[in-house]
Design a protein. Sequence first.
Length: 445
Amino acid sequence: MRTFITVALAVLLAVTAVWGYRQHQEKERLAIEAENGYQQAFHELVYQVDVIHDRTGEALAMNSKDNLTPALTDVWRLTSEAHNAISRLPLGFMPFSKTEEFLGKSGDFTYNTAVRDLDTQPLTDKEYEQLESLYKQSADIQNDLRAVQMNVLDKNLRWTDVAHAAADGDEPRDNTVIDGFNTIEKKASEFSESDTFRATQVEKSVSDDALKKLEGPMITKKEAAQKAKDYFQFDAEVTSVDSSLKGASVPFYHVSVTGQDGEEASMDITKKGGYPLTFTVNRTPGKSRISLYDASQKAEDFLEKHGFEGMVMTNSAQYDHTGVFTYTKKVKDTLVYPESVTIKVALDTGAVTGLEAQNYWKNKKERNIKDPALSEEEAKKELHPKLTVMETKKAIVTNEEMKDKMCYEFLAENGTASYRIFINADNGKEERIEKLSEAEAAYRQ
């Protein structure tokens, strides 16, 4: 009996050893596959940014629609592929939203430019400047990515170490990769702040002179301070109220406040009528605790409280731990895109941390909204036959001459992407196409 037990234990140990060895081999195989996947995604990203830079440079020298349209289309395609490559890298432990936002805006700009008839609507001076800016900015990202690439190769760094550290909540011992991507993100943040590419969901604005038509009595500094305190969702103490410089097209007060917990915020309010133009809370949100939908409800309550009536959400996005929403005026069954505001909500507390309403006040006016000359079905015939229409609305948008155009707005998809397409409701002309971000498309479902 003792001999049997001894043999059985020996067999069991042998089986366990073989099983353990195979498990070790399997883990090694999976680790190698993961490492190869990360390496492939990173080198694809470097290559895609290289080509974005090259094709943008080529586009700057082109004068033919036959060449320019494919070049811009290539840039749009490559920005999408770069997004995909970034999503396959283990970067969840660090914010990389500004870089993705830059790629998204670059893609939107090149796509919207490429799809129009460049023979009849060639690049404007402003668009040429934007293309030059994209060329320079992609060069900066290209150089930083190459520096990270050289360090990865020279030091034989492994992306799986970065992934394991991210899973454990720690930073890797060698911060070469992290430092490199932090540098890229910082520069991309500067690109975003420079507002090189205008967000497509918010209408272009007429000049600041349009604010002169706003009505109402002149308000004092004290009244401006009180209005500002009403907007901030914390106990605020006004630290300063400054008047705009002489020569400003529309005089305004700049109000600065601080909260009991050290929050700093500011707001611009017109002297005539006390209309809020912008306000910003300088605070970095913590970990997200509420959904994007719940944040949109906070935004709607805020707008209603402060007199922005008849507004509906037309765009949503998430950057880091902040929800960013566009709300647009709706008159009966028609969206009036020129009258839009952008509002930010912190996803940790649900507090509103920003409002941009200048375009809303500049474009606000009484509009005589006429019935469309074309029916919805007639307008739908102007769409690409491979598109599937998910939703249809009536909408007013402005063209390049800043004139209102009555349109049918079609939310459509082709199986790989979702779009917002504006078809002129009087003549069937395709006024505008906007590719929806993945976050916005998902939010609408």
